[in-house]
Design a protein around this ligand. Structure first.
Ligand code: GLN
Length: 410
């Protein structure tokens, strides 16, 4: 039989060290999202898999980064973030969400929201703690839970029966997931991969459970400015009773089209922030200092920037949505973020993985198999996610290629 785990691979190689791979590292695979980017490169496909823009970042912020390096901002910033940046983060949190944030005690700047999330989890979880995660979920949260030693519990988000409808969860199922071991719920709104934007009433329900079971909300709000059709982003920290028990995570990546810069942050009450800062310090010491200076410039962009950002994404969403529907997909129209989740049942492939392979190799478009977003791959076997953070030109080319798909028989 072919060896499966890294420890089995080592065991089969004479002279290799035995049983050196940790049980934690054996429990998850490499990111499928990142793997699809490698496949897109290998097959020369258009990459609608990994969510990063293929258009430039705002000139002002690139200039600010260049100037910071020229001015020799080359050494460590303060571990939990340059003061100017923490001040800007606090100002923006007040401006957009009305949150009172003390930049001296409530903010930790990390290497992207990815590090911020794992640093936050490591700061608050003990073995045996449970973390509630809505499913489908951004694939990092699974390994994040394993690495932090917590047990994930999944609550289903169900697709609407009408593709123009909203993904929903069953309040009873959510209540059943909470118990005295629940340490936190991870909340990603606007949501990747579904495009759901959690409504006030849903957040209130989550708030009530967090308060009742003395749990935290750890949020991933990196798509906060990418909203459509009048939907509004609400930080759960804004709800009465939640400021004390929320870790609000955000980053530069999606709002300013700089996913490779790796600058993110957490806003949390001082005692939580202290712990996050300690973990962050020993994980990475700090986020890139010159790019923190550029982040100050980014957070100072005028409001018109955010309007244009959302407008541009709306055009891209409509373009990709129409092309997917024309090609025969059942596509759920997102209310926020920059992904479209589709149902591929009608195409008659055996699995999402097989379909994604066919798409990248034969059609020339890379997408992410739905199973990447579920704990049990079977749950996502009829879904594929497309990203539309690409130029309209790229999306039009993708549309032409997708049109070559054999139309499903309905
Ligand atoms: N958030 C993006 C996605 O879901 C990319 C994340 C990443 O690869 N770090 O595709």
């Amino acid at each position: 039989m072919k060896p499966h785990t890294a420890n089995e691979v080592l065991a089969a190689q004479p002279g290799s060290p035995k049983q050196v791979i940790s049980a934690k590292a054996e429990r998850f695979t490499e990111s499928v999202i990142r793997e699809m980017t490698r496949q897109a490169q290998q097959y020369g496909a258009i990459n609608l898999a990994q969510g990063f823009p293929n258009f430039p970042a705002p000139a002002e912020i690139k200039r600010a980064a260049q100037e910071a390096i020229a001015a020799d901002v080359n050494q460590y910033a303060i571990t939990w973030g340059a003061k100017r940046l923490r001040d800007a983060i606090a100002r923006q949190a007040k401006h957009w969400q009305g949150l009172e944030v003390d930049p001296e005690s409530d903010v930790t700047v990390c290497c992207g929201s990815t590090e911020t999330m794992i640093a936050s989890l490591l700061a608050v979880t003990n073995p045996g703690d449970e973390i509630i995660i809505f499913e489908p979920f951004y694939e990092n949260y699974g390994p994040d839970a394993i690495l932090s030693g917590a047990q994930p519990r999944f609550v289903k988000l169900r697709p609407p029966s009408d593709p123009a409808g909203e993904w929903t969860f069953d309040p009873r199922e959510l209540r059943d997931a909470f118990n005295r071991r629940t340490k936190a719920i991870i909340l990603n709104t606007p949501n990747n991969p579904t495009g759901k934007v959690f409504a006030q009433a849903e957040l209130e329900l989550i708030r009530d459970l967090c308060v009742e079971f003395d749990a935290l909300a750890i949020t991933d709000e990196i798509y906060e400015h990418i909203l459509y059709d009048g939907s509004k982003h609400i930080s759960i920290a804004r709800l009465e009773g939640m400021r004390e028990r929320s870790i609000t995570i955000n980053s530069m990546s999606k709002t300013y089209s700089v996913t490779g810069w790796r600058v993110g942050w957490a806003i949390a009450p001082a005692p939580l922030t202290n712990s996050i800062r300690k973990v962050h310090d020993f994980l990475t010491v700090g986020a890139p200092a010159p790019l923190q200076e550029a982040a100050v410039a980014a957070l100072g962009l005028p409001e018109s920037y955010y309007v244009q950002l959302a407008d541009g994404y709306k055009r891209r969403r409509d373009l990709l949505y129409e092309s997917l529907v024309a090609a025969g997909f059942s596509a759920y129209r997102p209310r926020g973020a920059y992904y479209i989740m589709t149902d591929i049942s009608a195409f008659g492939f055996r699995s999402d993985a097989e379909f994604a392979k066919y798409l990248v190799k034969e059609i020339g478009v890379a997408a992410v198999p739905g199973s990447s977003f579920y704990a049990d791959p079977v749950s996502g076997a009829r879904q594929i996610r497309f990203a539309f953070c690409k130029t309209e030109d790229t999306l039009k080319q993708a549309a032409q290629r997708l049109a070559a798909l054999k139309k499903p028989q309905r």
